[in-house]
Design a protein around this ligand. Sequence first.
Ligand SMILES: [Zn+2]
Ligand SMILES: [Zn+2]
Length: 298
Amino acid sequence: MTDSSTSVTLTGTGIPLPSPGRAGAGTLVRHGKISLQFDAGRGTVIRLAEAGVPPYALTAQFVTHVHSDHLVDLADVAMTRWIQQQVQRTGPLTVVAAEGGAARFARRMFEVYDDDIASRVGHVQAEPPSIDLRVFEPKSVPSVVWRSDDGAVTVEAVAVHHEPVIGAVAYRVSTPTAVVVVSGDTRVCDEVKRLSEGADVLVHEACRATALRDLVRGTVLETIFSYHADTVPLGAMAESAGVRHLVLTHLIPQPNDAAQEEAFAQDVRSGGYTGKITVGRDLMTIVVERTRVAEVAP
Ligand SMILES: [Zn+2]
Ligand SMILES: [Zn+2]
């Protein structure tokens, strides 16, 4: 990795049901000294430490939507950073979230820790934890929601379709050397397609809905699958958007072996996608060197 490269690390490829080796939803995008974390599912702090970016070193934390598998560790990220301030004085965590449930969660997440916080402030912490919350209105056209101090890196957000969840968004990170899109949770939709036009890397949630249609018919899984991204039309969408590298995460159902992983890739191919496909595993890192995309095993 060089100073000019942009990298994408999967901090979690899991879903609400626990699966060995897969932490909850999370994607880390790095460029130079900038480290942007998207979502904070179960185990995020440990994965960030393993990726070499402990919470104090994050530039900003983004939230895609208010489902527990995407933000159950948000308080852990913020409070671990707070404790790390004893040594690493980088200040409160910047949290970027859509107005509504995600922002409400961020505002309230320290409340249940009030006794712990009072105890720590009484002994070792100079002040209670806080976050620098940046709230935006989710819209159906992309808008810039974060910009680095030097203006070189920007993050746009667009509202996606994860109903019944309201206010779910996808993000597009633009650095001088790469465009990376993180879908969050959504069914395949035109908003993410437009956001992903010409992207170097699209990190997209993936659900094998077409393949499992008969198996789940009439069950609660059929309802759950209806608001996630069916891998076959996902392939068609990524192809028409001209995405160079499609990285599948939030894998439903969670694959247990190489053959089950390959089935995700075949679904996407059958949808017409001709670019590079990676079926995600925790701590996989994709490095984009301008137009050259390399993959580093975990
Ligand atoms: Zn989810
Ligand atoms: Zn969700």
